[in-house]
Design a protein around this ligand. Structure first.
Ligand code: PLP
Length: 442
């Protein structure tokens, strides 16, 4: 197919796009060609406000000078060096800076290239931890229904979104899933964490009893399930999960790929929820989306357990060619500098209430069956269109919004919001008003 826009694209055929209906998209492409601050520009010259922070990753806004400078300077000096038995200063500087902003108990970080890899790394560390502690029978990994932990075989296995898991045959064994926490009848239009549902954490106790605590390695939880449509944890839920893990000496992993780096006014959402896990997975916002990076943070007990035997023992048989890539590490440092310079965490905290109010003002718009928000994450969930075309309302709203100059993330029957955290009340108002107008006109 010829495609004669000014961007120089003359064929759309070859690129097999991720999580995209190829043929539909290629009939009517939506292309961004530049971005600055809160806005993209499309190939027709239109400004489009970024209501999704890219893909939950551009938390500090687009085109940030300190990040650009850090990456460019790094590229001038050292484009690549391996971190397998050699190293480079930027990786160590980034690790120190990142660990310093994580919860106090976190002492070490393992670098990878994506959220999926950060999760698979965490699962391997959890199982490996018990093995080095002489408890190799602890292998069971517990995830949750409706969880999204990326697309690696590990993440898919503990994840709980059927249409993501089901295409690919057998997954990891020794995996179980807690029920998800969403219940429309009990929780619809809750503001922030729902009152109902804390008791669902008790299922963990039953599951551990079923498998035998001595076989369970870890529990992995998104503090707020993101990709399944922003499910905030019911009040008391995360606290109870932590308590049960402690009781049975089971590792708690938070997948903070979405909830980290500012979404909750801090680098980890554990300060917001008052619950600290043993392992934290990050990606996305860690480099503001500029250079791919995943990071798996662990506490002293976990790192220490691996540091056994002679000094020349390789303690963890795991790593990626690009673990600690110089450009990614430079981007992470530039991101932290940007957060500090612009007090982005403070702005996120200040915007949480206006964001919540704006979203919930859409309650009476057509087809809206639920609105959820937590921190700087939000979703407007719409009715199903018909039995054989469930998500037509949300699909059409997503496209209409794009042509109205608002980019949101399309979820299942849902318009998902995770805007850059540099936004102000005018941006929030613009996004919410546009959604209201689009729903009214559907
Ligand atoms: C909670 C969570 N974990 C893991 C991932 C996977 O990250 P990536 O797409 O960088 O592999 C995502 C991506 O959206 C996510 O939301």
């Amino acid at each position: 197919m010829d495609y004669d826009f000014t961007t120089g694209v003359n064929s759309l055929e070859e690129f097999w796009m991720p999580f995209t209906p190829q043929r539909g998209f290629k009939k009517k492409p939506r292309m961004f060609v530049s971005a600055d601050g809160m806005y993209y520009k499309d190939d027709q010259g239109n400004d489009i406000i970024d209501g999704a922070g890219g893909l939950w990753c551009v938390n500090a806004g687009h085109n940030r000078p300190l990040i650009k400078k850090a990456v460019k300077s790094q590229l001038d000096v050292l484009d690549y060096a391996s971190c397998f038995q050699v190293g480079h200063p930027t990786a160590f500087r980034a690790a120190k800076r990142l660990v310093d902003v994580m919860p106090e108990s976190i002492t070490n970080v393992f670098f990878s290239n994506s959220g999926s890899e950060a999760v698979d790394t965490a699962l391997k560390i959890a199982r490996g931890y018990w093995r080095v502690k002489g408890q190799a029978e602890r292998q069971v990994l517990i995830g949750r229904h409706r969880a999204y932990h990326g697309v690696g075989f590990g993440g898919m296995s503990v994840g709980g979104i059927p249409y993501i898991r089901n295409t690919f045959g057998a997954l990891l064994s020794s995996v179980d899933h807690l029920p998800h926490t969403h219940n429309l009848a009990e929780q619809a239009f809750s503001r922030g964490q729902p009152e109902w549902g804390g008791h669902l954490a008790d299922h963990l106790e039953q599951m551990i009893d079923f498998h035998g605590a001595e076989t369970v390695a870890g529990v992995i939880i998104e503090p707020v399930s993101g990709s399944t449509g922003v499910l905030p944890p019911p009040k008391g839920y995360l606290e109870k999960i932590r308590k049960i893990c402690d009781k049975h000496d089971i590792l708690l992993i938070f997948d903070e790929v979405v909830t980290g780096f500012g979404r909750f006014g801090d680098y980890s959402s554990s300060s917001y929820f008052g619950v600290t896990p043993d392992i934290i997975c990050c990606a996305k916002g860690i480099t503001n989306g500029t250079v791919p990076m995943g990071a798996t943070f662990v506490n002293k007990e976990i790192y220490g357990a691996f540091m056994q035997g002679p000094d020349d023992t390789m303690e963890l048989m795991h790593g990626y060619t690009y673990s600690g890539h110089p450009l990614a590490c430079a981007a992470a440092i530039g991101t932290l500098d940007t957060f500090e310079q612009d007090a982005i965490n403070d702005n996120a905290k200040n915007m949480m209430q206006p964001f919540e109010d704006a979203l919930h003002s859409l309650k009476d718009k057509p087809y809206v069956r639920d609105i959820r928000n937590c921190g700087m994450l939000g979703v407007i969930e719409l009715d199903e269109y018909s039995d054989d075309d469930h998500d037509r309302w949300s699909r059409e709203a997503f496209i209409d919004l794009f042509y109205k100059g608002v980019a949101v993330r399309l979820g299942k029957n849902a318009l998902v919001l995770s805007p850059p955290l540099i936004l102000d009340e005018n941006h929030i108002d613009h996004i919410a008003t546009s959604i209201g107008e689009v729903l009214q006109a559907l």
